[in-house]
Each structure stands twice: as structure tokens, then as C-alpha cells.
Design a protein around this ligand. Structure first.
Ligand code: SAM
Ligand code: SF4
Ligand code: SF4
Length: 344
């Protein structure tokens, strides 16, 4: 439950989960996120320092945020990320501190992250075939990712999640092998529907492997998956198989969950987005650097959240002709529209 001070938006949704993007840069080029050859990066002087992030997080906790997830770009590219984890871990108002990573640099960082107080790790992994990995993310590194997952377990992380975006014709024949792999390393696999977010310039509905198709594939292999009732605000629906194993599906494209969405996103340069599909964000860096106090920042956040009406994915679902959300020329002009800037 959210605390008594929690801000509610116009649909009664509390502000609770904050995704903190710590860099817009990435060491992979996933086809569904960064398919272009060139990108325009945020200016370095705009990137928030750890102290600035910490002050903003304090203001967010004052209005009800109690869970943060570090993301990016690739968050492990941000130098000394463990220092930020330690700053966050010292905040009693935060009861969950998680990281989403592509896993490339996880093996060398897992122990320090754990020691600094990180609670949970989610690793994005879309394939177990080196050639598919190379085709999908346009870099080598599958072994590094698998080693990263091993090291995260060895470092003591429990409840590791593995996130898989399925693309028809690329990795949709790996539903069962990925599930078996995740189970073998005691991780929970979550299948994510390919979303038509900014950055996904090659998106088309016929490449989306839907929730229904994943359920059918797993049912054919293991028997009927049964929904698990838990935290109504979690993006993933979780399912239990007859053998006791579990998995999740994040069906943002065909069955959006905006009605219970308590998530917002802060970009590495301090733009606050109240919806993944929002065209504009709210600049929190300017007031912060102009000397706004924690209380003033909290009041600003509360005011914005109270007016929130976002239902981005539901509106996309209602769109008649669905294609990429933003065209590449517009992304070049405004990198804040990119998924790798928003943090996914
Ligand atoms: N680089 C890190 C990673 O890949 O885990 C963190 C940032 S990434 C933007 C966060 C998540 O967004 C990843 O799990 C990725 O698979 C997902 N993502 C990116 N583009 C997507 C798209 N078009 N549809 C669905 N998920 C997407
Ligand atoms: Fe892939 Fe994450 Fe990098 Fe996007 S930010 S290209 S999803 S690794
Ligand atoms: Fe939340 Fe926007 Fe995603 Fe809907 S589309 S679940 S409102 S972030």
C-alpha cells in the first residue's frame, strides 16, 4: 500500500515506482530499441550528478515513491554506479532498489552492487543463440551476459528476473529454451511484447508476439498456465505452470495496464516523464540547479502527478492504424523521445 502522503493522479493512481535512467548511452544496439546507425547523445553537462539524483529521489519519496529501478541506456556504463546505489540504499523510505541491465558488464559489477545495497537485478536476454544475439543487438556478448547472470547469483542476488522481448521470425522459436534456461538458473522469465515506443522505428504489429501466443506455446509444452494473483500494480502478469514453475508476461501492446500504473521515469538529465508514451517531460533539473529545496521540488512533483491523466498504451491500442510512434527525423531532433533515454 502507498503511504498516507502519497500523491494520487486524476485516476486515483499513486506515484510509487520511479525508474531512474542514469545514462542515455548503451553498449548494445537492440533492433527494437536502437536500430539506427547514429544517435545524438544528451550533453554531458546536463547529466545529473549522483548528489542531484539523490536530492530528487528524496523529493519523490516525500510524495509516495518507495521503489526505484536504475536503468538507461545501459546503467552499468555510468561510472561508479555503486556510489549511487549506496546513496539510495541509505534512504529508509525506499523499500526496493532494483537494476535493469543488458548484463554485458554485470559479472564484473555484481558483487560491488550487492555490497552497496542493491536489492534486485533484472537482466534483459532475448536469445541463447550467439548468431541471433549478434543479429538482434548488433554486438557480440552473449557469453558475457550469461556469465553476468551466474555472477549475480554467486553474489547473492535472489529473485533475479530475465526480460525477453520477442520478435516474430527472430527469437519467437526460443520461448521454451529461454524458459528452460531461466528455470535452470533459478530466475523468473518475463516475456515482453514488442512495443511501438519512441526509438522503435522499425515496429510493426506483425512482428509482435502476443501474450496469447506465448501462453499457447507454454501451454502446449507444459500444461495450462494459471494466473497468479499478486500486487495489482506490477507490469507483469505472473503465471503458474502445473509443475510449479512460474513466468511473467508484460503485454503492454495488446493488453495494456495503464489503469493501475504507478510508474514514472526520470531521464539522466532530469526530465520527469509521467508516461512512457508522453511526448513531453517536466524539467526538474532547472529548478534543482536554481536552488529549489526538497520541499519545493516535492510540491512541484505532487502538483504534476495530481493532474496526471496518462493512458499512453491504452490510447495506442485504440489507434486505428498502428505503426512506429515517432519517425526517425523527429527522434534526431528530440532524443528525449527515445526509449534508451527514457529508460524503458
Ligand atoms: N539497457 C538496459 C537493458 O536493456 O536492460 C536497460 C534499459 S532498456 C531501455 C530497458 C528495457 O526496455 C529492456 O528490457 C528492453 O528489452 C526494453 N525495451 C526496449 N525497447 C523496447 C521495445 N520497443 N519494446 C519492448 N521492450 C523494449
Ligand atoms: Fe538494448 Fe537496453 Fe541498449 Fe536499448 S538500452 S539498445 S534495450 S541494451
Ligand atoms: Fe503507465 Fe503510460 Fe505505460 Fe500506461 S503507457 S502503463 S500510463 S507508463
Amino acid at each position: 500500500m502507498s503511504g498516507p502522503l502519497s500523491a494520487l493522479d486524476t485516476l486515483g493512481r499513486p506515484v510509487r515506482n520511479l525508474r531512474l535512467s542514469v545514462t542515455d548511452r548503451c553498449n548494445l544496439r537492440c533492433a527494437y530499441c536502437m536500430p539506427e546507425e547514429e544517435y545524438r547523445w544528451l550533453p554531458r553537462s546536463d547529466i545529473l550528478t549522483f548528489e542531484e539524483i539523490s536530492t530528487l529521489v528524496d523529493a519523490f519519496t516525500d510524495v509516495g515513491v518507495d521503489r526505484v529501478r536504475l536503468t538507461g541506456g545501459e546503467p552499468l556504463l555510468r561510472r561508479d554506479l555503486t556510489q549511487l546505489v549506496a546513496l539510495l540504499a541509505a534512504k529508509p523510505a525506499l523499500r526496493d532498489i532494483a537494476l535493469t541491465t543488458n548484463g554485458i558488464l554485470l559479472a564484473e559489477n555484481a558483487r560491488e552492487l550487492r555490497a552497496a545495497g542493491l536489492h534486485r537485478v533484472t537482466v534483459s536476454l532475448d536469445t541463447l543463440r550467439p548468431e541471433t544475439f549478434r543479429a538482434l543487438v548488433r554486438r557480440d556478448g552473449l557469453d558475457q551476459v550469461l556469465e553476468g547472470i551466474r555472477e549475480a547469483r554467486a553474489a547473492g542476488f535472489r529473485r533475479i528476473k530475465i526480460d525477453t522481448v520477442l520478435l516474430r521470425g527472430t527469437n519467437d522459436d526460443e520461448i521454451v529454451p529461454l524458459f528452460e534456461y531461466a528455470r535452470s538458473v533459478d530466475a523468473e522469465l518475463r516475456f515482453i511484447e514488442y512495443m511501438d515506443v519512441g526509438g522503435a522505428t522499425r515496429w510493426s504489429m506483425d512482428q509482435v508476439v502476443t501474450r496469447a501466443q506465448v501462453l499457447e506455446r507454454l501451454r502446449a509444452e507444459y500444461g495450462m498456465p494459471v494466473p497468479i494473483q499478486d500486487d495489482g500494480s506490477a507490469p507483469a502478469e505472473r503465471f503458474l505452470l502445473p509443475d510449479g514453475s512460474t513466468f511473467g508476461i508484460i503485454a503492454s501492446t495488446t493488453q495494456p495496464f495503464c489503469a493501475s500504473c504507478d510508474r514514472s521515469r526520470l531521464t539522466a538529465d532530469g526530465r520527469w516523464l509521467t508516461c512512457l508514451y508522453a511526448i513531453d517531460g517536466h524539467d526538474l533539473r532547472a529548478p534543482l540547479r536554481a536552488g529549489a529545496t526538497r520541499e519545493e521540488l516535492a510540491a512541484r512533483i505532487r502538483g504534476t502527478w495530481s493532474a496526471r491523466t496518462d493512458r499512453g498504451a491504452e490510447e495506442r491500442l485504440a489507434a486505428h492504424e498502428r505503426g512506429a510512434l515517432v519517425q526517425v527525423e523527429d527522434l534526431r531532433k528530440n532524443p528525449h523521445l527515445e526509449m534508451h533515454t527514457r529508460g524503458g
